[in-house]
Design a protein around this ligand. Sequence first.
Ligand code: MN
Length: 746
Amino acid sequence: MSTKVVIDLEAEKKEILKRYGALLRSLGEKIDKQEKLLIRKAFNLALDAHKDMRRKSGEPYIYHPIAVAQIVSSEIGLRATGVICALLHDTVEDTDVTLNDIRTMFGETEAKIIDGLTKIENVFDQSSSIQAENFRKVLLTLSDDVRVILIKLADRLHNMRTLESMARDKQLKIASETLFLYAPLAHRLGLYNIKTEMEDLGLKYTQPDVYEEITTKLKNTDEVRRRFISRFIYPIRSSLMHTGIKFDIKGRPKSIYSIFNKIKGKGIPFEEIFDIFAIRIIIDSPPETEKADCWRVYSLITDIYQPNPDRLRDWISTPRANGYESLHTTVMSPTGKWVEVQIRSRRMDEIAEKGYAAHWKYKEKNDYESSIDDWLGRIREMMENSDYNALEFINDFKLNLFSEEIFVFTPKGELKTLPAGSSALDFAFDIHSEVGMACIGAKVNNKLVPLSHKLKSGDQIEILSSVKQKPKEDWLNFVVTAKARSKIKSALKEEKRAVADAGKEILEKKLKALKINLDTTVVNNLIRHFKVNSALDLYFGIGEEVIKLENLAKIARGEKSESWYKMLRNKFTRSSGNDASPATLENIVKEIRGKSDMLVIGEDMEKIDYKLAPCCTPIPGDEVFGFVTINEGIKIHKTNCPNAISLMSNYAYRIVKARWMNQHQLAFMAGIRVNGIDDVGIVNNITRIISNELNVNMRSISFDSLDGVFEGNIMVFVHDTHHLTDLMSKIKQVKGVTSVLRVDSN
Ligand code: MN
């Protein structure tokens, strides 16, 4: 800071304790001793975790969680659990405190709520813009416990109250988000006061001039309004006095925001709406008689003023799903203006302003606990249930929870709906088939994941692509959307056809040199010999160089030419079955060795039945040996394979020397492990090297980071060890990378 600010730490400490004291007082008798201790524990933990942090205003950070807890307690009506979580709501996100700490110190419920709050923070506060509908959907999927949403609203309300010290662009972003998302949400949860305050503050920061103008005009017309109200309610008041019912009459103008909406939306000048307001009559009536009493008051009022029969709303017999109960009528005032009159009991009024939690304000603790569950359950139900016609917003939610769909986002916050179980690759295809075809990996919530990564609701996905990527057969194993499946299949077919065309050309040329015509007989002979299903498969095999055209003349003419290894194997299988004796195996090995002293891998591919051992995934350039297995032909291992010593010492008689043919067309899979310091962009830099700088295909990639350190596991296709070493040394040069290791398998 350039200007010196003198901070009186002692005074601050006093102020913190004062605010904490006020918080406890707002809970009053609603918590027991045990809970009080837990709240103290949460306060101490938050105080310590945030001790070196300050808000933009320069105030100690802890003021914020205390204020959020205060809102949660006195304006929403949550008790111990809500207050504890509100106190801790920013700890996991911003400090060293972990979810585990919270689980151990408080419990599973608290950990879950904090987890939900942290996730919401992560999903939303990073992306530029989110549409309201998406926001609500995700809010719901992320929060099993509705308290998550309530605390989030309290958090936002306090941030709005303290928006003054933020930079202008932040003010605009936060205020418009609040108007767009949080205020409607508060409304739908029945938190009327919070909704109104959010809207007014939202307007204050998005359109300061308009806000200022309306506020000033309201102040200037205050006197007129007050006179009107008192004249209007005078006869009502005296009539009610005779009933013996205790009551309060409130008359207040519409909120600044709703006046603004009228001016803007309907083009009505302020002068014509400033005196639109509702008169609220709140009666002190026990639950047994409150309904009858409300109707009695209604009857009294309509004796005085003429009601508009079209504007009677009975929310007492059928409360609105957000819990709102009230009796509304609109009557004609002596000055010729319609005035809305709301009649309700004290209990109904508290619910209207604070939501359902107010309902249990005076109840005993046990009652409260079950009631709060009830309420939270009702909110959920209300949000989920599509049969509530009374609720216009239900459409926003009904798709969601128990359905088979997930909601995910593009980096720009655009919503995509996918079937549950969808992978990152499905998402890529959902964006565009070209994106799907070129997809090499993805970042989910900023973390690198393989194509097969299963998505969850709320995930935000960025697709990584490479022009070198081509659809792969194994993609079909993990895509679930019809679009991805059919696109991959047709791409594979197309590619296969192209390769097959090339293969056919090769075959024709070779046959021409042998003066053999490519006719049906020749094709059938080749199909039979190479054990493929169709001419297409044959040409494809040739194109892919899986089928080697040696002894072509013989094969094409249909002459027998079985590979020596297959002959050996047949003999071996016939003589020994699965219980091959060392002697039998040794004989086979001898025969192989007698044939040639060294197995050349890549050359005798169709002749020799060999596989690359999965335990050490050798690639050309590695020093290797062959191991004769009982049922799977020869397995090629690296000489430094972890199993090599045991194989060589116990089964030396089954070892065959082997070397690689110089082979650059084939790609082999290898694993690389990268460790380093988690740094912005590091993952990007690594993948860029892999996908762009070198001609390497990535098969899978996964990155994990913990406490600022990351570990990445990458499986790539390379031609040989040179290729791999080159790649590894390039990765090692990326800033932040501390080590690059070859690993044997994934
Ligand atoms: Mn916060």
